[in-house]
Every structure is written in structure tokens, then in C-alpha cells.
Design a protein around this ligand. Sequence first.
Ligand SMILES: [Zn+2]
Length: 137
Amino acid sequence: MTDKEKAWKAFSIYIRTKWAIIQTGSPDYAVCITCERQYQTQLLHAGHMFPGRMNSVLFSEKFIFPQCPTCNCFIGGVEKQVEAKLRKVYGDVLIDSYRRKTRRVIPDRNMDWVGRELRYKRKLKLLLKRYYNGDKI
Ligand SMILES: [Zn+2]
């Protein structure tokens, strides 16, 4: 596994777990952002809500959600209704600036993959610690 893949894996586990706790109150079950069905967190992907997996938005926590493999692979990123939902939650300014960012190129060599991996492993540990302590997520 490359450093980039390791960083993505650590991020993916962290972000799915975080949304799982927010959505269902349990780290073990999360809801697909697109079809709204509940799955075991480990079966879901971390899906980007808008097309583009550029380094500039690869780890955008606000725009990456649990998504079932069917919706992620066959339906693709965001559907109109999901975009409308996000616009309501985040507002147009944030959505539009995110969309511009999806086109910005950051070369792999400028990404600190090892640092990212450690950061998201640390964040996961902290998240679970807070969850098991009954703290607010
Ligand atoms: Zn789905």
C-alpha cells in the first residue's frame, strides 16, 4: 500500500466513524448519504459529494460522507437533492467555494501523506475516546 493509500484509508475510517456516531449514535452503523439506507459502517465507502478526487479536496471533511458502494460507484457523487440538502446546511458560499477548489491541482509530492495518516489515526482515537466517555462529538 502506498503512503497515499494509507492516508486515505485512515481518513476514510475516521470520517465514516464520525458520521456514523452523528447519524445513528453508534460508530458501527451509518447511513448512506444518497439512498439513506443504514449499513454497517465498515461496508460503506467515504464518498465525495461532488465529482473530483483532487488532492485539494481529497480530505474535505464537510463534503465526504458515508455512501454505500452502489450509490458511490454506480450513481456517482452528488444527486441534485443531496446538493440541495447540503446547500441548506452549509449555504451557497461554502458550496461554491468548494466546487472551485475541486478544480485546483496540488501535486502528490506536495502532500504530506504520512502526516495525514497519523493525523487521522489520532483523530479516530480521540473520537472513539470521546464517544465511549459519553462526550459530545
Ligand atoms: Zn446508497
